[in-house]
Design a protein around this ligand. Structure first.
Ligand SMILES: *Cc1c(COP(=O)(O)O)cnc(C)c1O
Length: 376
């Protein structure tokens, strides 16, 4: 079986984990966490980066920083992972779903303004497949209406929009280092605080609502309960693992892009013949080869494709069930009433191909010829 995903290891992970072990500090915010935070700040130009135990955690901190109160509305796509919405729902927020663009499957920036009401607090662009949303337009709308922009850049590490790293453009940005992403630590994430006004409170929320970070810097003489919060930071062993990955981030991205480009060339003829559609990358976006997907004719076509690929021992998957059509949204009139034509049709047509470092040339050829032979 050619698996859909296989986590890539650089070979240095255990070395750094044993170094962390030898240093004797295993809780969070030690030597390796600081290295990872600095790397993120240098790479993205963000004012402050804080490792978290997941992107979900980073989104939850962002929702607290945005001061989401019960009934506050947050504009986002329905075509996304559940955490994009749940982070705000946990605070009593109401996700307001907007349809996606036909080309990138990202939130359609032209539909955002019409979704704004007096209760709207924030917009959450999700950079699907590491391809940027139309951020200049989104930022301009948000500034006009006094809304925060929280980027769900879970899939966007090492990708840029007009030369700017994803996650560093909005007020806040959220990264994931889950093992299914490009740069990994098993579970893991980070919050990028681009708007300095949020920096101090973000540290406090992440450290259980205490001013412990200030205490360790010698800025206060004791630490105490000052706000709401939770334990959102990873331990040092995770950070040590992640550091090994960050050191290789350029090489990892280059290797993934090579596989992506190979797929893309392979499917050019099938796209030209109208059999399927390949991912579209706008001029201003440099993506990170987070995923390779194909858009087939319809749900039936996709199901047949996945079954036939499985028969040839190739594991292809799809996602997401749009959030507005999920079981959880069903009894929430605002969420489930959304008419999201493209979200519904595109999500049923999309299939993801295996993309991981180590996929051999031979395996790639097997996948490509298996895909092509189905396509008459
Ligand atoms: C993976 C992902 C998340 C969640 O990341 P975790 O680190 O697993 O919490 C959130 N949003 C999007 C778009 C994702 O792809």
């Amino acid at each position: 079986m050619i698996p859909f995903n296989k986590p890539f290891l650089t070979g240095k992970e255990l070395h750094y984990i044993s170094e962390a072990h030898a240093r004797g500090q295993l809780a969070g915010d030690g030597y390796f966490t600081k290295k990872c935070n600095s790397w993120l700040e240098e790479k993205t130009g963000s004012h402050k980066a804080l490792l978290t135990h997941s992107c979900t955690a980073a989104l939850e901190i962002a929702a607290i920083l945005a001061d989401i109160q019960p009934g506050d509305e947050v504009i986002m796509p329905s075509y996304t992972f559940v955490s994009t919405a749940n982070a705000f729902v946990l605070r009593g927020g109401v996700p307001v779903f907007v349809d996606i663009r036909e080309d990138t499957l990202n939130i359609d920036e032209r539909l955002i303004e019409a979704a704004i009401t007096p209760r709207t607090k924030a917009v959450v662009p999700v950079h699907y497949a590491g391809v940027a949303c139309e951020m200049d337009t989104i930022m301009a709308i948000a500034r006009n209406h006094n809304l925060l922009v929280i980027e769900d850049a879970a899939q966007g590490v090492m990708a840029t929009y007009k030369g700017r790293p994803l996650g560093s453009i909005g007020d806040l940005g959220c990264y994931s280092f889950h093992e299914t992403k490009n740069i990994i630590s098993g579970e893991g994430g980070a919050l990028l605080i681009n708007n300095p006004a949020f920096a101090e409170r973000a540290e406090i929320i992440r450290e259980k609502g205490t001013n412990r970070s200030q205490f360790f810097r010698g800025q206060v003489d004791k630490y105490t309960w000052v706000d709401i919060g939770s334990s959102y930071l990873p331990g040092e062993l995770i950070a040590a693992f992640l550091w090994a990955q960050m050191e290789e981030a350029e090489a990892i991205t280059a290797k993934r892009l090579e596989i992506w480009n190979h797929y893309h060339q392979s499917f050019e003829d099938l796209e030209a013949s109208g059999r399927l559609r390949r991912p579209a990358i706008p001029e201003e976006c440099r993506h990170n080869a987070h995923m390779y997907y194909l858009l087939l004719r319809d749900l039936e076509d996709r199901s047949a494709f996945i079954t036939q690929m499985k028969e040839q021992s190739i594991d292809c998957v799809f996602h997401y069930v749009p959030l507005h059509s999920s079981g959880f949204a069903r009894d929430k009139p605002r969420a489930s009433a959304a008419k999201l034509e493209l979200t519904s049709t595109l999500s049923e047509r999309l299939v993801r191909l295996p993309l991981w470092i180590g996929l051999s040339g031979q395996q790639r050829n097997v996948i490509q010829s298996a895909s092509s032979s189905l396509s008459s």
